[in-house]
Design a protein around this ligand. Structure first.
Ligand code: PMP
Length: 313
């Protein structure tokens, strides 16, 4: 097995040497932005496919801009470094790649300015985060979603995830799989690491970008599948908590979570309490897409290993 490798301070280093100091600003104050990119293993083709790498780096750049951070690599360089890192790690299983731009100066003092930024990347084997087959049981969190006027949720800011972690832990300690967070005005925002979609009368409905959500790439993908493959309508509008209880189907989307059906919210069964038919279709297409089985979506996936092993070439 190759040596687990990370990218830190401009170079590839063995994972065990990829360390940052205790005074690092980002560690002390959460002053960093991050991404999560999946590599999905196709056993038949013996190929690992990265999903929407460029889009993830576009969002990282957006997060960095909001946080006044500098991402000193071009998109092409970031894609190249990511492919190279995935290749060097040589995993033959699903992986999760974590890019981060962080305030690297070792200094005490709360601020965003006059600090250095560094970029890092690490890879870890990563199976299912939630259970996409059985679906999940969610609870409405008593922790409200942080507002754009506090820490912008459309930026994937490390420190912001304390809000998400509070909600996730509350849900799990209460016997649920995942939390659904409400905005201060009581409308639905999102899960702790997922966007939420409800289906009513054959239409997919998800909160708008202005309801303190991360602008999810998996959500975009699910919407594209719904529109293009299933001919369904999609809508962005605010959602009430009670609407979730009477939805025909609900699913959550996320790089870690994939497309995962929600079978229950606050102990109310959604639909008949199983995976709904539309969710099932979207999920199947999504899994086929990310494992390189749908040539019409090849622009979104990039093979990590030698092209000669890719079937269909
Ligand atoms: N919301 C939050 C809070 C998240 O952490 C994530 C995961 N990145 C998502 C939504 C889903 O975004 P994506 O589909 O781009 O991973």
């Amino acid at each position: 097995m190759p040596t687990p490798t990370a990218f830190l301070r401009g170079e590839f280093v063995p994972m065990e040497d990829a360390k940052i100091g205790v005074m690092t600003h980002a560690f002390n104050y959460g002053t960093a932005v991050f991404e999560g990119i999946r590599g999905n293993w196709n056993a038949e083709q013996e190929q690992l496919y990265l999903f929407k790498v460029r889009a993830h780096f576009e969002r990282l750049r957006m997060s960095a801009k909001i946080m006044r951070m500098e991402l000193r690599y071009t998109d092409d360089e970031l894609v190249e470094i990511t492919n190279e890192l995935a290749r060097r790690n040589g995993y033959n299983e699903d992986i999760y790649i974590r890019p981060m731009v962080y305030k690297s100066t070792e200094a005490v003092g709360v601020r965003m300015h006059d600090l250095d930024d560094d970029f890092l990347l690490f890879v870890t084997p990563f199976g299912n985060y939630l259970d996409p087959d059985a679906g999940i049981r969610c609870m409405t969190s008593s922790w409200r979603r942080i507002d754009d006027t506090m820490i912008p949720a459309r930026a994937k800011v490390n420190g912001l995830y304390v809000n998400n972690a509070m909600a996730k832990t509350e849900a799990q300690l209460n016997g649920f799989d995942e939390a659904i967070m409400l905005n201060s005005d009581g409308h639905i925002s999102e899960g702790s690491g997922e966007n939420i979609v409800m289906i009513r009368n054959g239409k997919l409905i998800s909160p708008p970008e202005t309801d303190n959500i991360l602008e999810g790439l998996t959500l975009d993908t699910a919407f594209d599948v719904a529109r293009n493959e299933l001919g369904l309508e999609v809508e962005r509008r605010s959602i009430d908590r009670s609407e979730l209880y009477i939805a025909d189907e609900i699913f959550m989307t996320g790089t870690a979570a994939h497309v995962t059906p929600v079978t229950e919210v606050d102990r109310v069964p959604i639909g008949d309490g199983g995976t709904g038919p539309i969710s099932a279709k979207i999920q199947k297409t999504y899994f086929d897409m990310i494992t390189g089985k749908l040539p019409q979506y090849s622009d979104w996936i990039s093979p990590v290993y030698e092209a000669s092993t890719v079937a269909g070439d």
